[in-house]
Design a protein around this ligand. Structure first.
Ligand code: PGA
Length: 265
């Protein structure tokens, strides 16, 4: 197994997708806070990404108890303001204490026609607004079967970086989310996750140089307590983007615990 040569602060991010209203969200965050208390997680970041309508309530709970949880969103508009019905701007999210924004999740790409240009524009908007984009990339099963994984990931990563100033390169996070592993219960093996994350780092290095060593690359797709440890021990896997297993305090906290254990706590 490749050795981890550079220390990067791991991130365990919970993507709630379109689940839990704001009342349910408050309950989950409170339960999560209780579970996290038992885990020494001072050397890693934990974020949750609830639906927009929950953000205000969740911010309140996190703020009231100063919980060690970073607030994230699942999407943002690439526009600053104006006639964009249904959209939410980066500035609006920042006002709510949001620090991380998922950009180009495969569900946005596949179900809501978010193309590479929109991913790049959103990445730039998030950075300009002072927040951190978590750029999601990943191949379909068909692309993988056709041997196109490297080509697809390279194209998606380079497209997302389009127009991102060099000085902002180390402010991005990338999440490798193979589409065939999302919500299927079948995660990538740790070897496959490492291979893809290594490739992404090489693409980042080719485009942006040494800064690639500092950029965090997450794995996402059926991450759960049972496979979290094996995944995050990989040299180029700097954390996890968790969907289904982030909807229960116990399983999400167990994933945080498994990650913390790998980082020497
Ligand atoms: P999953 O989702 O963990 O339910 O597979 C991951 C994601 O889509 O971010």
């Amino acid at each position: 197994m490749a050795e981890r040569t550079v220390e990067r602060r791991p991130l365990v991010a919970g993507n709630w997708k379109m689940n839990l209203d704001h009342v349910e969200a408050i309950h989950l965050v409170q339960a999560l806070a209780l579970h996290l208390r038992a885990i020494e997680h001072g050397r890693l970041d934990v974020s949750i990404h609830p639906p927009f309508t929950d953000l205000r309530s969740v911010e309140g709970v996190i703020g009231a108890d100063d919980l060690p949880i970073t607030l994230g969103a699942q999407h943002a508009s690439s526009y600053a303001a104006g006639a964009f019905t249904g959209e939410v701007s980066v500035a609006m999210l920042r006002r709510l204490g949001v620090q991380l924004v998922l950009v180009g999740h495969s569900e946005r790409r596949q179900l809501f026609a978010m193309d590479d240009d929109a991913v790049a524009a959103t990445t730039r908007a998030v950075l300009e607004g002072g927040l951190t984009p978590v750029i999601c990339v990943g191949e379909t099963q068909e692309q993988r079967d056709r041997g196109q994984m490297a080509e697809v990931l390279t194209a998606q990563v380079l497209a997302a970086l389009e127009g991102v100033p060099a000085a902002d390169s180390d402010r991005i996070i990338v999440a490798y989310e193979p589409i065939w592993a999302i919500g299927t219960g079948v995660a990538a093996t740790e070897e496959d996750a490492q291979e893809a994350c290594r490739l992404i780092r090489q693409v980042l290095a080719g485009a942006r140089g040494e800064v690639a060593d500092r950029i965090r690359i997450l794995y996402g797709g059926s991450a759960k307590p049972e496979n979290a440890g094996d995944l995050v021990t990989q040299a180029d896997v700097d954390g996890l983007l968790v969907g289904g297993a982030s909807l229960e305090a116990e399983s999400f906290a167990a994933i945080v615990g498994a990650t913390a254990a790998c980082y020497g706590q």
